[in-house]
Design a binder for this molecule. Sequence first.
Ligand SMILES: Nc1ncnc2c1ncn2[C@@H]1O[C@H](COP(=O)(O)OP(=O)(O)OP(=O)(O)O)[C@@H](O)[C@H]1O
Ligand code: SF4
Ligand SMILES: [Mg+2]
Length: 357
Amino acid sequence: MAEPILEVRDLVKHYPLTRGILFKKQIGAVKAVDGVSFGLARGETLGIVGESGCGKSTVARMLVNLERPTAGAISYKGENITRLSGRALKAVRRNIQMVFQDPYTSLNPRMTVGDIIGEPFEIHPEVAPKGDRRRKVQELLDVVGLNPEYVNRYPHQFSGGQRQRIGIARGLALRPEVIVADEPVSALDVSVQAQVVNLLERLQDEFDLSYVFIAHDLSIVRHISDRVGVMYLGRVVETGTDAEIYDHPTHPYTQALLSAVPVPDPQARAHRERIILTGDVPSPANPPSGCRFRTRCWKARQRCADEVPLLAVPQAFPEGPAAHPSACHFAAEKHVVPAEGELPPPPPPPGPLHGGQ
Ligand SMILES: Nc1ncnc2c1ncn2[C@@H]1O[C@H](COP(=O)(O)OP(=O)(O)OP(=O)(O)O)[C@@H](O)[C@H]1O
Ligand code: SF4
Ligand SMILES: [Mg+2]
């Protein structure tokens, strides 16, 4: 990869667990994110997937500095921005903006759309001097496919899809280079999801944006991502290009997630293997030793409890599409959904009906 626009190294976020009212004593920590590393190239979309509670939003909040990491580093264009403060931080933050999941709760119902989209200009007046703000906001409404005349309306006067467009316009206001989109379409109707995803793709080309796109729906992530990172219990367990992850997954957790994705082709559907994971996701306050997935993995052995598997290209696959990082001691390919060409020939069409008048 050329020098990444954004790079994350060994990022950790632990939330202290305390007991006592007057004298608080730390009795442990919720290990929400526990050693996550990845890079984001300019113009690229990195999809992050994983079940609820695996730490996706915590990573997102650290990327846009809504949370301070417990440890690890976030670099923007080669500069470690994790410990910046004051002016320097403000200048960098402008370039990394967030689009939130729920367009119903993330927009202040008492503010007009114009004020919501123009709010970032209050913090960065240099981007839009006061007299020019209304025009800039109307321009942004137009860019996201909303009528610029709507500038004085309130959020409740819009549909869910339109509200998410407002959230995207606000994210774009400061002309950022990176957008972290945390489940931007999960709260929307399926019919509207595609429109918002298409809008994000168009904006990416138009404004040369790089995206970190977080979702639990693997089909949407495949549609939009160049590369994908799969998270489980605070760690990345597998990364690769979308073709590597979807067609050649080597980590059992990725294989299980993929086996649950709806398959449109009825023949492929009939031949795909469903992997049903047993047990609940363990608590991030007390993760299993060794491989965190071992309590639910059908391949687990003693080594999995003793040794933490590193996120690395498996020795068994030095080249080819399976040669991408996977945090499993026994990484192996498994075609969960058969690819074209692997399916048996379809049955012959039924012959003419016989008998009866
Ligand atoms: N402020 C906090 N204090 C304590 N624990 C927290 C805090 N924020 C998040 N957590 C815990 O950290 C873990 C990761 O949460 P996070 O919201 O990042 O998950 P997620 O992958 O975004 O889940 P979802 O798909 O449900 O949005 C969860 O166990 C959550 O309960
Ligand atoms: S390291 Fe062991 S428990 Fe973990 S995913 Fe691989 S086989 Fe399963
Ligand atoms: Mg989340």
